[in-house]
Write a protein that binds this ligand. Sequence first.
Ligand code: CA
Length: 254
Amino acid sequence: MKPPEPTRILVVEDEEAIAQGLLFNLERKGHTVELASDGRTALERIRGGRYDLILLDVRLPEMDGFEVCQRLRSEGNVTPVLILTARSQPDDVIYGLKLGADDYVVKPFDLAELLARVEGLLRRHAWSRQEGEDTAAAGPALHAGAPPSPTADGTSRHSFGAYWVDLETYEAQTRRGIVQLSHKELAVMRLFLHRPHQVVTRRELLAEVWGLPRHPNTRVVDNVIVALRQAFEEDSAHPRHILSVRGVGYRFVP
Ligand code: CA
């Protein structure tokens, strides 16, 4: 396994005390942290530099966090985004995840929980970055982290039924033509392609894709499965590829 590289985190938060608290605690964990206090500045920073993770408050001056997230995803930027939402605005979570955020933490947040989510997202991002590099290296990346065996023609495109997914470009042939999958959609498909015909539990998906093995809320998984079925199933109610295993999880049939 490679030695850990320094990670760059952009914290986008307009409340100075929270921003400084996050800066302090993330730097203590060994991360390199930059701050932005409004959405417009954040977007400029993200466009101009490479980050491993973005902590994004949704209620921001200039441009809110939703718009920041939507814009960067529409530009093809797949940097993991952890949104910070207010307890009083529960719909923000669903909206944020729809716009391409990878996970969320509700304010006022528990610091230990937030740091755990950060580490989870960074782990997931690290293996997605290693995609395409030498995959023969042994190590702990045995689960979702290990890409599936190369395809017959040596490309990163994996076919099943009438469809395919390209694990390098995030492109996929879907019912609606070729589209770009989201970071999470691709991560779930990578896991499915790696383990055809096997049961993949919701808990495994939460652990491997979201880095949240003990997260009580599996809604984030359900949302991605719904999107994938819309992409790859002619009849989502009677799926042929992404089957439900009642009360447990899913089974992918190529
Ligand atoms: Ca705010």
